[in-house]
Design a protein around this ligand. Structure first.
Ligand code: HEC
Ligand code: HEC
Length: 203
């Protein structure tokens, strides 16, 4: 009988140890490394913008740009051309000026052209690549134009074709084009958080 009984001081000690253990393991869990978790969450925010129509319509895997929220093939059989700028007699800048032309519905921005195929965020069926695939592409300096984290952040902060996505103007149908899912400040903040966390990619 007495061997089965746990004395009060021992019981108290056990309770203390268990509680302390729980506290320690909980805080260890928290301290393991918060950055990858936050970094991935921030990346998911960034990704939601990259694959939204205003961006991905220029980051295609195909031989043509896309237009509209349904990412339809660009009208008039416009093609990429060797440098993403169209072909002779049918250059992007023939129609696309430095500014949006709201009277005609032609969007515009400095040096309007398609992103090179190495910067594609779609597959050849015009479907967005997965979050992990886009993350790998955008962090691969052999494919992303040699940009490190700071340069990517700068691109997202200042590049005119990126900024265009937040003032995309009116379409040919007269309706204002829709905006990416985050505003530009939120997008830059998410990019910074992801870059500061070491640009982690989902598996
Ligand atoms: C013949 C004139 C013309 C040429 C050439 C042309 N575009 Fe366009 N583009 C337009 C017009 C007009 C629209 C708007 C269509 C609409 O709103 O229905 C448009 C829309 C777009 C959009 C859609 C924007 C969005 O998010 O909906 C992209 C992207 C685009 N063009 C890229 C290009 C690229 C890249 C080239 C060169 C390879 C090019 N365009 C050549 C006239 C042209
Ligand atoms: C009108 C076409 C166009 C639109 C719209 C556009 N881009 Fe791009 N993007 C380009 C081109 C062209 C390049 C290549 C620039 C260079 O080589 O200097 C590029 C390059 C990039 C890069 C460089 C790294 C890489 O791997 O892609 C990033 C990041 C990027 N764009 C982000 C965006 C984001 C974010 C948006 C929307 C908010 C966007 N782009 C909208 C044409 C576009």
């Amino acid at each position: 009988m007495s061997s089965n009984r746990v004395s009060a001081p021992i019981l108290a000690a056990l309770i203390f140890l268990c509680t302390a253990g729980a506290v320690v393991s909980a805080s260890l869990g928290k301290y393991e490394d918060p950055r990858p978790v936050d970094g991935i969450a921030a990346w998911q925010q960034v990704y939601s913008v990259l694959v939204s129509p205003r961006c991905i319509n220029c980051h295609t895997a195909s031989n043509y740009p896309e237009q509209g929220d349904n990412r339809a093939r660009h009208f008039a059989n416009v093609v990429r051309g060797p440098a993403g700028t169209g072909v002779a007699g049918f250059r992007c800048v023939t129609c696309h000026q430095k500014e949006n032309a709201d009277s005609t519905g032609v969007p515009g921005g400095k040096n309007w052209h398609l992103a090179p195929l190495s910067m594609k965020w779609q597959d050849t069926n015009d479907q967005p690549l997965s979050s992990a695939e886009v993350c790998r592409a955008i962090t691969d300096r052999a494919r992303n134009g040699g940009l490190n984290g700071a340069a990517l952040l700068k691109h997202h902060t200042e590049e005119p074709l990126v900024l265009w996505a937040w003032s995309p103007g009116r379409g040919v149908d007269g309706a204002m084009r829709t905006l990416p899912p985050l505003n530009h400040d939120e997008f830059v903040a998410a990019t910074k958080q992801w870059v500061d966390a070491g640009m982690p990619c989902p598996k």
